[in-house]
Design a protein around this ligand. Structure first.
Ligand code: NOJ
Length: 560
């Protein structure tokens, strides 16, 4: 078995806060730092060790904070830099580390660098972005065919300059020209600023997109994200990340990079432990494609084989040489119970899904509301959605000729807004998220049943299960450092794996169906010799070596 280097970032578990919908502390309908401060004890009570804040920075909020207008200030709706320091200090006092979102592929079009860059071709900030002449003057044709990853062209015309600027996301998110050494110096200064303030690491937004191929060549003509082959893991990515790592190396901090379209083989180029390592971990997307083709907007029936194959690849290929970042939800994903589990068996499947990924090798990330089993929302009109990607994709699908009803069905299922409804704190008005009459975005009508207060009062709630699970992981090194080996690979209903460490073994059984499935302990396992450490049903006799599974059953056996 490979020798694993121990580190705090491997042992921790992380809670992700998407600030706008977490908790409103000042009664204006929008989540904020005051609300976060109020709920730090709750976060701590889960048994996590760190909080990752989705962007809190000053931003016009076209992409809800992923369009930054000032990297060194807080969005006024959320509070002030002083409020942030209060949260940071309070978190540290409670033993919680703080991870910031580093969004450096692009800024907001309201960032002062961009405003300057628009002033003229000889402005020193002009070369901070990708300004290009069109193929024809007068705004008729951009210099290449690249398309935004959110639909539409990746270029926006500016008549005063008779030039176009590149934006891989919305037109309010111009891409930074990382090839300009001055831009990289700015980024390093921003990294230092937050680390000097005391933060403990960064989640790095679409970090694998920051280096574009020279000359920005024509892309392979696909309708969305055309040109990606010229900026995904581009020519200077390793070099630029190594420069940033030199800065972070001066501090005790961790980095996790968001990496769309990533494979384990490619990831190892960046996260293999040793001299060339430029990031501690990467968020990959392969396990989020078990019910869709690449993105949730191209839905397909859920396929457990696909899910298991993705996990198997990442678990085995990284073990002993790199480290996984494990998640099943975040602010870009619909709720996982509605996708891979069952709303009918919400509590059972919520616990099973938690066990399934938290017991694997890697650092677990838990998204706000996931721990109480929040589910997707269904809104009747596209106008009720607030996310720009949702609105744009709806328009694209309608333009392609799909009927409204069909597109709404996809929207309900695929929208990122599913994960962005306010956290349901109680059965009070607006789920206790705000005292304002109207929250900034719709509360899921199921809040009277699904909320933190109700979950606190029920020892068998998903919330209390998460607490037991995270405690178990912390108390059992095998759950952190053990290896991973799958059983019954061909089953389309069960996901079974074992972990091994220093003579100990752990067996994890997960059923992905409400139907009974016959389970027999894999060869070499005698359940009567193990301890049933976790389960989502009472088990009358845990020592019997075979059983019929209950709906979405999960069991964790420990063999010491
Ligand atoms: C990934 C972020 O998670 C997402 O929310 C955002 O829209 C894009 N990057 C652009 O920053």
């Amino acid at each position: 078995m490979a020798e694993i280097k121990k580190h705090w970032y491997k042992e921790m578990s992380v809670y992700q806060v998407w600030p706008r919908s977490f908790k409103d502390g000042n009664g204006d309908g929008v989540g904020d730092l005051k609300g976060i401060l109020e709920k730090l004890d709750y976060i701590k009570s889960l048994g996590v060790d760190a909080i990752w804040f989705s962007p809190l920075y000053k931003s016009p909020q076209h992409d809800y904070g992923y369009d930054i207008a000032d990297y060194k200030d807080i969005n006024p709706e959320y509070g002030t830099l002083e409020d942030f320091k209060a949260v940071l200090n309070a978190a540290h006092e409670k033993g919680l580390r703080v991870i910031m979102d580093l969004v450096i592929n692009h800024t907001s079009n309201e960032h002062k660098w961009f405003l300057e860059s628009m002033k003229g071709k000889d402005n020193p900030y002009h070369d901070y972005y990708f300004w290009r002449d069109g193929k024809q003057p007068g705004g008729k044709k951009a210099s290449n065919n690249w398309k935004s990853t959110f639909t539409g062209p990746a270029w926006e015309y500016n008549a005063a300059l008779d030039q176009w600027y590149l934006h891989l996301f919305t037109k309010e998110q111009p891409d930074l020209n990382m090839d300009n050494p001055k831009v990289r110096e700015e980024i390093k200064e921003i990294i230092r600023f937050w680390l000097d303030l005391g933060v403990d690491g960064f989640r790095e937004d679409v970090i694998t997109f920051i280096s574009k191929r020279e000359g920005l060549p024509t892309g392979f003509p696909i309708p969305v994200a055309c040109g990606m082959e010229h900026y995904k893991c581009g020519p200077h990515l390793d070099e630029y990340l190594a420069e940033f790592r030199k800065v972070t190396d001066d501090y005790d901090c961790m980095t996790v990079g968001e990496a769309p379209m990533m494979t384990p083989k490619l990831a190892l180029r960046f996260i293999r432990e040793g001299a060339g390592q430029v990031l501690n971990m990467m968020f990959n997307f392969q396990h989020m494609e078990a019910d869709c083709f690449m993105i949730s907007w191209i839905p397909m029936p859920f396929n457990l084989h696909k899910l298991k194959a993705a996990y198997d690849r990442w678990q085995r290929k990284l073990y002993g040489v790199a480290w996984n970042a494990n998640y099943i939800e975040n602010h870009d994903q619909p709720r996982v119970i509605s996708r891979y589990g069952s709303e009918k068996y919400r509590v059972e499947s919520g616990k099973m899904l938690a066990t399934m990924y938290i017991c694997q090798s890697g650092t677990p990330f838990i998204y706000q509301g996931q721990e109480i089993g929040m589910t997707n929302i269904r809104l009747d009109s596209v106008d009720d959605y607030v996310d720009i990607q949702t609105k744009d994709t709806y328009k694209l699908y309608r333009k392609l000729g799909l009927p409204h009803k069909a597109v709404m069905k996809i929207t309900n299922r695929a929208s990122r807004d599913n994960g962005r409804t306010p956290v349901q704190w109680s059965a009070e008005a607006n789920a206790g998220f705000t005292t304002a009459e109207t929250p900034w975005f719709a509360v899921n009508p199921n809040y009277k049943e699904i909320n933190v207060a109700a979950a606190e009062a029920d020892p068998d709630s998903i919330l209390n299960y998460y607490r037991r699970l995270l405690k178990f992981r912390k108390e059992n090194e095998i759950c952190i450092y053990g290896d991973f080996r799958q059983h019954y690979k061909r089953s389309g209903k069960l996901f079974v794996y074992e972990r091994n460490s220093q003579g100990q073994r752990m067996l994890v059984v997960n059923s992905f169906t409400e139907k009974p499935v016959y389970f027999e302990a894999p060869q070499g396992f005698d359940l009567s010799k193990g301890e049933l450490a976790l389960s989502n049903y009472p088990v009358a006799d845990q020592s019997i070596n075979s059983f019929m599974t209950k709906p979405y059953e999960t069991r964790v056996y420990l063999f010491k």
